[in-house]
Ligand binder design. Structure first.
Ligand code: MCN
Ligand code: MOS
Length: 763
């Protein structure tokens, strides 16, 4: 393949430029096994730690008998809260200063089943597993609040920051000629990445190295440093490859503290890997939610009022707010609106971030409710969405930066054949399969932040990009290679991207679908600076073959330098560097405001406090999508199969459509799992998730997934990122579950408001 790249880039030039369909550059390493994951490091003297966790959900540890475990073959140490040094409490991810209190990752007071109470470290993994089974923990158990439906749970705590109100929603609802009111529930759901949580921790004096899958090296390094009271620079996080995270790997967690404590006490590197069941409580899944959505409308389906109330589970001593009014407040134009939210404390691990926290369950409520309204007034579900289209952000009262949602509806409907839909429920069938067509929209805010990157042009003309950001499968390696290649005018093959080491140029969290926009901007800036220096040298250095030309610019394309009008020499980047006596050009690009202090820079990368609001300035910035889904429901058995998906999505400009499409499909697949399969089932006797493994916690397999067609309707959005892209990673899961529920209603006439839609709910 010949790739011609112009100095200032042109996306139509080829696969390797920004916007090209370059295949994943990290693919071969992953396929051949050359990619080393965190816990695959082979270190001398490695010891193995295994966790012992609480089997009750509420109460106290009365005693821990470690004698038998301590005496078992190969055991080096049994850790309990009585024999480990206290750590300091670390600040949270917002950077809130911590209380001056010790932190102990091994519990005495039990607030959920699965809490770490002890750990066994042994010479081999097998010895540690065997000895962990010999640790005897006795408890004083107290009654647990098992979930939201527990009578002891109560109404919860109001979260005032979630309140959104305008107009007079209650009065307008009471006066509306058409009213619908329904409650929608989502269960606990889990990220379930292929690679479980785990790490290797090694101390060398006061220097800690942690090999751990991470969505946020700098944030996690900060936490480890604060726990152990060592300078931030003393902690190195290494995470070049990650087997998925979906939100669960952004924070340093208790098991990491245990491994680092063990490594320090034993003066040996320690490896700790969670079992699959332990991953269900090592970090919380998506909180269970309940919402009521009431819509008042006129007879033409024009919304007059939305009243929304939401509740989500949090833990006894932690706080997680799943923002349930987030999609509700922006999807449709309404003159009167009220949304409020409570959290309810239950005996579970504190819930956590899972692909599109907030927007995802929020969309299940509003996108189901608008469908209910469509049937109530007898208007097509697509038409009612267009009638209530929000021309500006109804909450922030600002213009959208870009909103190609109307285009998404049009493109999706056309491709799906929506106009052939017969409106009545149960009116389309194929033998004893009831066919249903459903539509729903989705959205996700554009979260912006600052980043930095190092770009080096080396003596052989190759390019190196370094960043402490990460690639957990989204495609960061690839899009950053494309960005550097295009900016510098070199083939992408000549670019080596190095990620996943906290010693590299800093990056903030990979969460909220922000990394691609942040890092393409930073790499573009660094590469532009490197290119300016290269061209500057070529023009002005007396030893340069271009010196005599007295040109004021040069063209770098395909790794070669020429003058714009083609006069004079043509030399490779390597030849130019050799002629001017340089072995490299190095430039660091940083998108932070120029006058930022060192403290602000540190805060930017180690907390999320510096992120730029998506409604800052004159615009409101979101990605948008519309899903059109066909289901087939077996009339006798109630089994639901998704048989067709067409989704049209607006993520602005795509840095790499092949990867963006793959991300979107992944999100849609996860949405199908959420709609039909996923549910953490609580054992009411012990407050424990019983299906805490991938055999019983069902996620979709290939056989569950039809061909999925995704259509990009985005246009470059200059207000959202340097190169015009909006978020991709989380967008596509939003709206899938309601589109399926709406399709199931169309097929069967049954409205399922509790996820997942399992067969017993349909019979
Ligand atoms: N992309 C693009 N054009 C854009 C934006 C993005 O082509 N305008 C493509 C790029 O390939 C980029 C990817 O989409 O690498 C994701 O970009 P972005 O939307 O910025 O999301 P992040 O890189 O910040 O990734 C995080 C996001 C989140 S928050 C979750 S949760 C999630 C997700 O990505 N977890 C994932 N996608 C995942 N994909 C995999 N394989 N594994 C996970 O754990
Ligand atoms: Mo994604 S849940 O923001 O890591």
């Amino acid at each position: 393949m010949t790739v011609h790249m112009k100095r200032h880039g042109d996306a139509s030039d080829g696969t390797e430029a920004v916007g090209g369909r370059l295949s994943r550059v990290d693919g071969p390493a992953k396929i051949t096994g050359a990619a080393k994951y965190a816990v695959e490091q082979r270190l001398d003297g490695l010891a193995y730690a295994v966790l012992v966790e609480s089997t009750i959900a509420a109460g106290k540890v009365r005693s821990i008998d470690t004698d038998a475990a301590q005496a078992a073959p190969g055991v080096l140490k049994v850790l309990t809260r009585d024999n480990i040094p206290p750590l300091k409490t670390a600040s949270d991810w917002l950077g809130t200063p911590p209380p001056d209190a010790p932190y102990c990752p091994l519990a005495h007071d039990i607030t959920f089943s699965g809490q770490h109470v002890a750990a066994v470290v042994a010479e081999t993994f097998e010895q540690a597993v065997a000895a962990a089974a010999l640790v005897k923990v006795s408890y004083d158990e107290t009654p647990a609040i098992v979930d939201l439906s527990d009578a002891k749970a109560g109404d919860g705590i109001p979260i005032d920051a979630m309140t959104k109100e305008w107009g007079d929603a209650a009065t307008a609802f009471a006066a509306a000629p058409v009213r619908i009111c329904a409650a929608y529930n989502t269960p606990r759901e889990y990220q379930a990445p292929m690679e479980p949580h785990g790490l290797i921790a090694r101390w060398e004096g006061d220097q800690l190295t942690v090999w751990e899958p991470s969505q946020w090296l700098d944030g996690m390094a900060r936490t480890y440093a604060e726990w152990f009271g060592v300078p931030f620079e003393n902690v190195r996080l290494v995470s070049p490859y990650i087997g998925g995270g979906f939100g669960s790997k952004a924070l340093a967690l208790g098991h990491g503290a245990v491994a680092a404590i063990a490594a320090r006490m034993l003066e040996r590197p320690v490896r700790l890997v969670m079992t699959r069941p332990q991953t269900f409580t090592g970090y919380g899944g998506r909180a269970a939610t309940r919402q009521t959505v009431t819509i008042g409308a006129d007879a033409d389906g024009i919304i007059q009022s939305i009243v929304h109330r939401g509740v989500n589970e949090t833990s006894i001593d932690g706080m997680w707010v799943e923002p349930l009014g987030s999609t509700t407040s922006i999807m449709y134009q309404t003159p009167n609106f009220s949304s409020r939210q409570n959290v309810v404390r239950v005996n579970s691990v504190v819930p956590g971030a899972m692909r599109a926290p907030g927007e995802n369950p929020s969309a299940f409520g509003i996108e189901s409710a608008i469908d209910e309204l469509a049937y109530e007034v007898g208007i097509d579900p697509l038409e009612i969405r267009l009638r209530n289209y929000a021309e500006q952000d109804p909450h922030a009262k600002k213009a959208w930066s870009t909103r190609q949602l109307r285009e998404a509806y049009a493109a999706g409907a056309e491709r799906f054949g929506w106009s052939k839909r017969s409106p009545e429920p149960r009116s389309m069938r194929d033998g004893n399969q009831l066919i249903g067509w459903g539509v729903a929209a989705g959205t996700y805010p554009v979260r912006r932040a600052y980043g930095e990157a190092m770009v080096r042009i080396l003596a052989d003309g190759s390019v190196e990009v370094e960043s402490s950001s990460i690639d957990m499968g989204q495609g960061t390696y690839t899009i950053l290679a494309q960005t550097a290649a295009e900016t510098l005018g070199v083939p992408a093959d000549n670019v080596v991207v190095k990620l996943g080491d906290s010693r590299f140029a800093r990056a903030g969290v990979t969460g909220g679908s922000r990394l691609a926009g942040v890092m393409t901007g930073a790499v573009h800036k660094a590469a532009s600076a490197a290119l300016d220096e290269l061209v500057g040298l070529a023009i002005s250095d007396q030893r340069s073959p271009f010196h005599a030309l007295q040109a004021n610019t040069l063209v770098v394309a395909n790794g070669r330098i020429t003058s714009p009008r083609g006069e004079g020499p043509e030399v490779s980047i390597a030849e130019l560097l050799a002629s001017v006596g340089r072995d490299r050009i190095e430039a660091k690009g940083d998108t932070m405001p120029a006058n930022s202090t060192a403290e602000e820079r540190y805060k930017n990368y180690t907390t999320i406090a510096m992120a730029l609001p998506h409604t800052e300035g004159d615009y409101s910035r979101y990605s948008w999508c519309a899903h059109f889904i066909e289901v087939r429901v077996d009339e006798d058995f109630g089994t639901v199969r998704v048989s067709r998906v067409v989704s049209a999505l607006d993520s602005g400009r795509l840095y790499n459509p092949k990867l963006a499409e793959s991300q979107w499909k992944g999100g849609i697949i996860m949405g199908i799992g959420q709609a039909l399969l996923e549910e953490g089932i609580v054992d009411r006797r012990h407050g424990r998730i019983v299906n805490n493994n991938l055999a019983d916690y069902l996620v979709p397999t290939n056989a569950d997934i039809p061909d999925i067609e995704v259509i990009s309707v985005g246009i470059p959005d200059p207000h959202s990122s340097a190169l015009g892209g909006k978020g991709v990673g989380e967008l596509a899961i939003v709206g899938v579950a309601p589109a399926i529920a709406n399709a199931v209603f169309h097929a069967t006439g049954k409205r399922i408001r509790d996820l997942p839609i399992t067969l017993e709910k349909l019979i």
